[in-house]
Design a protein around this ligand. Structure first.
Ligand code: SF4
Length: 67
């Protein structure tokens, strides 16, 4: 009888996520905390969105040109 963990109910943004199990998230204890800081990192229903602006593209190191 160890019910110490107080699982919080999922929030509105969790609708559609595959991690919702009976109104609770099976990964995070407090889903609302995950969404407070932006998109939940474990959401299965969210596409990775770029937050407007320019997207930085990582480019490999430039080779030095030899003469
Ligand atoms: S993984 Fe994230 S989006 Fe999915 S139910 Fe849990 S808190 Fe909500």
């Amino acid at each position: 009888m160890n019910n110490a963990v107080d699982w919080k109910p999922v929030v509105e943004q969790c609708n559609g996520c595959e991690n919702v199990v009976e109104e609770h998230c099976r990964i995070w204890i407090a889903p609302s905390a995950k969404w407070r800081m932006g998109n939940c990192p474990s959401a299965t229903h969210m596409k990775v969105e770029t937050k407007g602006g320019t997207v930085k593209v990582r480019v490999g190191q430039q080779k030095q040109k030899k003469k």
